[in-house]
Structure formats: C-alpha cells, structure tokens
Write a protein that binds this ligand. Structure first.
Ligand code: GLU
Length: 293
C-alpha cells in the first residue's frame, strides 16, 4: 500500500488506445505539476481493461514518451489488466448490498435521452437474459466542487441513470475500475480533462457506495481542433511523437495559462515549471483551441 508515502498523491491514467498526443500530455503535465508542487508523488496507471480498443505497443510507447518528456513516476506502474480480482470483489460487494443488478437491455433498448429508465431494476423481464450489471444510482446527487471548474452539480441520476459497471462482453467498466484503483493507489488528487466531468459524478456515487473517501478533483480544459473536436488518440490528430520535447512542454504550459520561458532545454524548463507552476492561471474553461506561444 502506497497510502502513507506523502500527503498528496496524483496520477496519470492513460488508456493504451493510441500514442500520447497533445491532449493527453496536458493531463500528464497538469497532474504531474499539481502533485510535485504540493510536495507529493505522481503515479502512472495503464488502463488496459478494454482489449478490443487497445492499440498494440501503445502502452510501452506512452511510458517511453513520458520519460522522454521528463515525467518519471514515483513508484511501480499499475496495469489494470492485473487487477481483475479487485474489480470482481468490488462488484460482488455492490451486488451483496443490493446496489447493483443484472440487466438484459442492449443499446437498442435505450431511450434517446441516454438515461437508463430502470427497466431491469426489479428483475429481468421474462424471456430475457442478463447481459450487463448496472449500479443503482437512486437519487444520489453526487455533486462536487472541482478545484478549477467550481461546483459541478450533475446528478448521475439525471445524466445517465443506473450505469453499467460490468459490460455485456464481460469486461469491467472504466467507472468501476478507476474508482477501485484510485483507492488502491491512495490517490488524493485527480487532475484530468474536463471531458471526464460527467464520469466524476458517477465515480463519486460509486465511492460513496463502496465507503471510499473521494479524492479532490481538477478538470483541465480540453484541447479541441478548429472544428470543435477533442484532440484524441483515436482521431490520430496532433502526433507529438517527433516533436522536440522541450517545445511540446512549453506549448502545454502555455495552454495551461503559464508563461514559460521559450527556447530553453527540457531540464531548465522543468526547473522553471516546478518553481513557477500556478494553477490559478489555468483558464477556467472546459475547452480551448491550442494555438501555441
Ligand atoms: N483512461 C482514461 C483515458 O485515457 C482516463 C481516466 C482518468 O484519468 O480517470 O481517457
């Protein structure tokens, strides 16, 4: 257990669905500096629980790129593929408490709102069979105050309804795995993209149900392209692979509202960032189109 290492433990938790890109580098740098500047530790977790979406070799390339960009985790890397027993244990606990139930519905049974209407909550309808397992949100509000975005009162009940924690293909859902592992790794602060704000409400509901203390959250603006789309690994946009690392880190710092000196070596730039990082300067926005210094 790593819980007693330091008062602050942050993390970066990429899914190996493609290479590191500008958007994910923003989360890596933001989580790294928030943890380090608080005198804390920064951990790395590879979220490899969705083999159909994985891109071969990308976990290794992400780890190597993080090293190349100057971010080395303060502990062993946790791979979610090694944690299936822990997810099953949490699932059993929720089922045992009556806080989760089997569901026979498929995507085509979902209403256009995307909010699950609770069809299988009181039992699977005759002639149908269980496919997934859902968590009972009930009327939990699960509001939280984000360190950057302020009060987020997005009740999971009205944005998703009871949500899936084990999928029809038998894989554990991201929401369950992330909650179990943030607790296991003793994570005290989560810094990630604002595209995950909606998930946070669901994760806080799960933390409450499992008796887990919630970490503090900071959701950073997400980098979007000129057509308003998120820069993501899957769209293969914006490869930073061949970019000079110091130049890429400069751009990320600038994107996060800092005023980094330009033209310095990576080492000097990190020294500057660790001495001058100021989260008050991060734009309080959910999306930004990066345009560089
Ligand atoms: N694995 C998720 C992703 O790569 C991020 C999870 C998180 O930061 O909670 O989008």
């Amino acid at each position: 257990m790593i819980k007693n290492w330091a008062p602050v433990i942050g993390r970066f938790a990429p899914s190996p669905t493609g290479d590191l890109h500008f958007g994910s580098l923003v989360s890596a740098v933001g989580s790294f500096l928030e943890a380090k500047c608080a005198g804390g530790h920064w951990l790395l977790r590879i979220e490899d629980i969705d083999p159909p979406r994985e891109v071969a070799g990308s976990a290794t390339r992400i780890i190597n790129d993080l090293h190349r960009f100057g971010m080395v985790p303060d502990g062993p890397i946790l791979y979610q593929s090694s944690r299936l027993d822990a997810y099953q244990h949490a699932l059993n606990r929720l089922l045992g408490k009556g806080l989760a139930y089997p569901c026979a519905c498929s995507r085509k049974d979902m209403p256009a709102s995307g909010i699950y209407p609770g069809t299988c909550k009181n039992g699977i309808p005759d002639g149908k069979h269980a496919r997934s397992i859902r968590f009972c949100v009930n009327s939990d509000i699960c509001a939280f105050t984000d360190n950057l975005q302020g009060l987020v009162s997005d009740p999971a009940a009205s944005t998703s309804g009871d949500f899936i924690i084990r999928r029809a293909d038998g894989l554990f859902a991201y929401q369950l795995a992330v909650v179990v592992d943030d607790d296991f790794q003793g994570i005290t602060q989560i810094v990630r993209g604002a595209d995950l704000l909606k998930s946070t409400s669901q994760q806080i509901c799960l933390q409450k149900a499992l008796g887990i203390t919630s970490p503090v959250y900071m959701h950073l603006p997400v980098a979007i392209s000129i057509d308003g789309k998120k820069l993501s690994k899957r769209t293969r946009t914006d490869p930073i692979k061949h970019q000079d690392p110091a130049r890429a880190i400069e751009q990320v710092l600038y994107f996060l509202g800092q005023n980094p000196p330009t033209g310095y070596s990576l080492e000097v730039l990190w020294d500057w960032a660790l001495a001058h990082w100021n989260s008050d300067l991060i734009p309080r926005r959910k999306t930004i189109m990066p345009n560089g210094p």
